[in-house]
Design a protein around this ligand. Structure first.
Ligand SMILES: NC(=O)c1ccc[n+]([C@@H]2O[C@H](COP(=O)([O-])OP(=O)(O)OC[C@H]3O[C@@H](n4cnc5c(N)ncnc54)[C@H](O)[C@@H]3O)[C@@H](O)[C@H]2O)c1
Length: 314
């Protein structure tokens, strides 16, 4: 199958691209390398170095002629969305409409959209299913939710098939450890470099962390699914940040110092997504244990850290 991956140089997108190529699909990548990295790009894919809103995107659809589009390209930083809501909407909302217009014009069969738990806002129940109200508390959350409506409307008007996948906290190799990135990659980098880590609050807040390969598999299942739908992609289990650090210590053989700082405004205390709809409709289920994922992630950061140090020396 010919599959175009928007954001295929990023953390999740590049892991998906590698799997699609292993399964012998023809893969194109559109990415402007805003946060994506050249070294993530699989050389067997065709790479279009391009912005979602570029007028040249039309040529990509015309020449590559994808049957399915996986749309992961986005401005993903919540703090940046608060500082610069216009950029956020330009990439996440306008960029998605730009992609959808080409899907319509070039008869793409299906779009698979990477959405986020951020669309729910503050949880009203212990476990959030897809019927939970959507009430985002950041511009990022809004800019991930609005495209869901566009996709569903393109589907109603033009018959574009879709799967909307709302991820919980994804972690794994290639996730950036700089700035506001995922907490596990930040912790992994600090643990490897024997630094103390900082937790905002008392560390008893919980998160539902899902390993990137499980997210890759959810996207692959969605490609083959015949039904349109919105699904949480998560583990259905949550863990406190204190327990997370203990598990990371076991996997790395270290004993990490934790500094506790004041809770940050707007941080959600508990977050856990119900994944039963995806299990039922997509025939998918998460299979990687958090221990396995942490080990892989720590190994990745250990190797990257050695490479970075060698480059600095050289
Ligand atoms: N990482 C998570 O925990 C998580 C959780 C929920 C949802 N998501 C969603 O998953 C998707 C992928 O996230 P990620 O963590 O891999 O982030 P990432 O930043 O690594 O990937 C995003 C990719 O999009 C590209 N991009 C950004 N703006 C672009 C533009 N205008 N034109 C072309 N390419 C552009 C970037 O260069 C990057 O390669 C995003 O849509 C994000 O909202 C991620």
């Amino acid at each position: 199958m010919r599959i175009l991956v928007m954001g295929g140089a990023g953390f999740i997108g590049s892991n998906i691209v590698d799997q699609l190529l292993l399964e012998n699909h023809e893969v194109g990548i559109v990415d402007n390398l805003l946060t994506g990295k050249k070294e993530n790009i699989n050389s067997k894919a065709i790479f279009f170095d391009m912005d979602l809103n570029s007028p040249m995107l039309e040529r990509v659809f015309e020449t590559f002629s994808p049957e399915v589009v996986l749309h992961l390209a986005a401005q993903v930083n919540v703090a940046k969305s608060i500082r610069d809501p216009l950029l956020d909407q330009e990439i996440n909302i306008r960029g998605t409409v730009s992609v959808l217009e080409k899907c319509k014009k070039y008869n793409v069969r299906k779009i698979i959209y990477s959405s986020s738990a951020a669309v729910y806002g503050i949880p009203k129940n212990e476990i959030i299913d897809e019927d939970h109200p959507t009430d985002p508390i950041s511009f990022y959350g809004i800019s991930k939710l609005v495209p869901e409506y566009y996709i569903r409307t393109y589907s109603k008007l033009y018959g574009l098939q879709y799967s909307i996948l709302r991820y919980s906290n994804v972690f794994g190799p290639r996730q950036d450890h700089m700035g506001e990135a995922g907490v596990i990659s930040i912790f992994a980098n600090q643990i490897i470099n024997n630094k103390e880590i900082t937790i905002f609050g008392n560390g008893e807040q919980t998160r539902d962390f899902i390993y990137v390969q499980d997210v890759v598999n959810a996207n692959i299942s969605a490609i083959h699914s015949e039904v349109d739908g919105i699904y949480n992609i998560s583990t259905n289990c949550s863990i406190t940040l204190n327990d997370l650090v203990r598990k990371m210590d076991i996997q790395s053989g270290k004993s990490t110092e934790i500094r506790y700082e004041d809770e940050r405004m707007g941080d959600i205390q508990h977050s856990c997504l119900d994944n039963r709809a995806a299990i039922k409709a997509l025939g998918w289920k998460p299979v990687y244990s958090i221990e396995y994922g942490l080990k892989e992630t720590i190994n990745y950061h250990a190797e990257s850290s050695i490479t970075e140090k060698n480059q600095t020396k050289g």
